[in-house]
Design a protein around this ligand. Structure first.
Ligand SMILES: [Zn+2]
Length: 677
């Protein structure tokens, strides 16, 4: 790896590791240097610049676009002028040096044209605060003297690159610029100098805001909008989250995240928050993620829940009308169609922020971006008046043909993207396999198990909290079930899919089955799945976006064998819950289906806990041959594995069976005595 690239990656990682320096996936860095041209063997001047997509903190060589510097700079001669600057973007591809690497981003021109070996373009909160202050040029002068220049707002692109390059040429003492309405750019003769200049601009701006800022930039406290105490806040958030998520999923289902960050709660408890929230965010990166402005509840956090619900519905209707009007105000023939009128950010004073997006990662990042916007507004209001870019400019960015092209290039989402699934007994066997299958199909999975360690292990194996979390719950305990569903809702703002899988097994003749045996088996299987379905349905009904409930029943729900009265009866109860709930919940778009597996030995918590050994002994086969033994008794002579059951769950929920409810699918390799009729 050429040394400029090594230095560039190391610098990018350091800068990207601190969110005060730039937002997630925001900003880009570059280095210019010499490498050997493999064609001629001669030295060639190259530009390595972070490409489109990805985050500075985890930048890899594959995330860089590599351009011939002479050709990139020759683009100035091909520039047709500001009105047609978008035509320059495809020309970057004609400047690339060799195959691979990332697609050059819209900011490539700035990096190519600035006459310094290393360039950083960043979106620090403190920099955006100055960039969005009404008297930004004057503040920049006061803060930096002639070390940092001001560049008036201009949409990112070729002309902005030319503007910055001209300033750098004309201001030899300048180490960088504040980009009006946007962020900062810094440069240096080497990587170390560039990084030092970036950090100098950011830290100097932070210090300036801290020393010269007013004490209460967001105005005095509104006492009745003060944050609720922790338990009440969580309870209110859990009550509101499914309702809000349902509302913002009017155009299409959105994944949600909730945060009670103190900076957000403070903002919402201050007098100026309605005015500032209405102004919207500013940095192009911010509002592409957060939409042009958030939806803000205007009731105190202890208002009666029914009043809050009514008001949220009114505000949501108004938001959609306003957003549609915003689109119609600025859209011109040929612009991309409106991408939905629902908000991405919903602010509830005293409770917190709900953020939404097509998937969990997008929803989380939208919330992070609004938090950055709060910090930026705070800084701007501390020393001046927050004055973001004009609404018409925001529209031009939001519905920019280049952004639309980027969206169109994305691969189609996985079938369960944006959906949240709760899998009980997810710590092992069928539950763990189902959790993995659903996550692989794009769902966010809450792995519930009585065994906290097992649940943690499975959830951790699936990925970070954008993909899965673990909760501990004994499904036979109504308090624990309610708590598990509440944790799910607080983590992901709702619930779309439940798999009632938690179970235990018992085989005893009737006369040896104790009352306690009966109660224990029915407590987990019949009552447990009832409790989970009831709690989940409460959330689904509040969301109003349908849902899926899947029961892992059993061949024994149908098949009448010996020594099985407690287990078989409880499984039959579960199987009939499928039909009863399908009948009751169908009108709400909630489908209830089930799977009847049999003899799933491998990976099963039930079989591992002594049941398998007992069965093997009963049949006179070694325990490790039990699966094969069962397989021999089936029509297909195939051993049933947890993955086969998980596949059936997937088929039931992934979309192709959209018109099916009340169905039980046997996954038993064929047992004629258990055929459904
Ligand atoms: Zn930028």
């Amino acid at each position: 790896m050429p040394s400029p690239v090594q230095e560039l990656l190391a610098r990018s990682h350091r800068l990207g590791a601190d969110r005060r320096n730039t937002n997630y996936a925001g900003g880009n860095t570059s280095a210019k240097g010499v490498d050997t041209d493999p064609v001629t063997g001669e030295p060639v001047e190259l530009l390595w610049v972070k490409g489109s997509g990805g985050d500075l903190g985890s930048l890899t060589p594959a995330g860089l676009a590599v351009l011939r510097l002479d050709r990139a700079r020759a683009l100035v001669g091909a520039y047709p002028g500001e009105d047609r600057e978008d035509e320059m973007v495809p020309l970057f591809d004609h400047c690339r040096h060799g195959p691979g690497g990332a697609a050059p981003s819209i900011d490539t021109a700035m990096h190519a044209l600035v006459g310094a070996a290393h360039v950083d373009h960043l979106h620090p909160d403190a920099g955006i605060a100055l960039a969005t202050a009404a008297d930004g040029p004057e503040l920049t002068r006061r803060c930096f003297g002639d070390r940092v220049a001001w560049v008036p707002w201009r949409r990112p692109g070729f002309q902005l690159g030319l503007d910055i390059a001209a300033i750098q040429r004309d201001h030899p003492r300048a180490i960088g610029v504040i980009l009006g309405g946007h962020g900062i750019t810094a440069w240096g003769a080497d990587s170390q100098e560039c990084e030092a200049h970036s950090l100098e601009i950011i830290r100097t701006a932070e210090k300036f805001l801290a020393t010269h800022g007013r004490a209460e930039p967001f105005g005095p406290l509104i006492p009745e909008f003060a944050p609720l105490p922790e338990p009440a806040r969580r309870e209110r958030a859990a009550a509101l989250a499914p309702l809000i998520r349902g509302l913002v999923s009017t155009d299409r289902r959105q994944a949600g995240r909730y945060t009670a960050d103190p900076a957000v709660l403070d903002f919402l408890a201050r007098r100026e928050h309605p005015r500032l929230a209405a102004l919207g965010t500013s940095c192009p990166d911010h509002f592409l993620r957060t939409k042009v402005r958030p939806m803000v509840l205007d009731l105190p956090p202890d208002a009666p829940l029914a009043d809050v619900e009514r008001r949220l519905r009114e505000l949501h209707t108004a938001y959609r009308e306003e957003y549609t009007a915003y689109y119609q105000r600025y859209a011109e023939p040929g612009d991309p169609p409106m991408r939905g009128a629902d908000p991405a950010i919903v602010l509830v004073p005293g409770v917190g922020m709900f953020s939404f997006g097509a998937d969990q990662q997008t929803a989380r990042v939208a919330g992070e971006f609004y938090l950055h916007a709060v910090h930026a507004m705070r800084g701007a209001e501390a020393v001046s008046r927050y004055a973001p870019i004009d609404e018409s400019e925001k529209f031009r960015i939001e519905y920019w043909a280049l952004e639309e092209a980027k969206l169109a290039r994305r691969p189609p989402p996985a079938p369960l993207t944006g959906r949240t699934a709760l899998v009980t007994g997810g710590g092992s066997g069928i539950g763990a396999a189902t959790a993995r299958r659903l996550a692989a199909a794009g769902a966010t999975v809450v792995v519930a198990d009585r065994d906290a360690e097992a649940a943690d292990r499975v959830a951790a194996g699936l990925g970070d909290a954008d993909t899965a979390i673990a909760v501990t719950a004994d499904v036979s305990d109504p308090v624990a079930v309610a708590a598990a569903v509440r944790e799910t809702v607080l983590a992901y703002c709702g619930l779309d899919l439940v798999v009632n899988n938690a179970g235990l097994a018992l085989s005893k003749p009737l006369v040896e089955t104790t009352e306690d045996d009966w109660d224990r088996v029915h407590g987990v299987l019949a009552k447990g799945s009832f409790l989970v379905s009831r709690e989940a349905a409460r959330v689904m009904l509040r969301q109003g976006t349908g849902g899926d409930i899947v029961y892992i029943a059993s061949k024994n729900a149908v098949f009448a064998g010996t020594d099985n009265v407690a287990y078989g009866a409880a499984k039959a109860d579960q199987a009939h819950q499928v039909r009863l709930l399908a009948a009751e919940l169908g009108g709400h778009g909630i489908r209830v289906n089930g799977v009847n597996p049999d003899a799933v030995v491998r990976g099963s918590g039930i079989f591992a806990s002594g049941w398998g050994a007992a069965r093997a002994a009963a049949y006179g086969v070694p325990e490790d041959q039990l699966g094969a033994f069962y397989a021999e008794r089936t029509l297909l002579k195939r051993e049933v594995l947890p993955e086969h059951v998980a596949n059936a769950v997937y088929v039931l929920v992934a979309g192709d069976l959209s018109h099916t409810t009340g169905l039980l699918i046997p996954v038993d390799s064929g047992v004629a005595a258990a055929f459904l009729r």
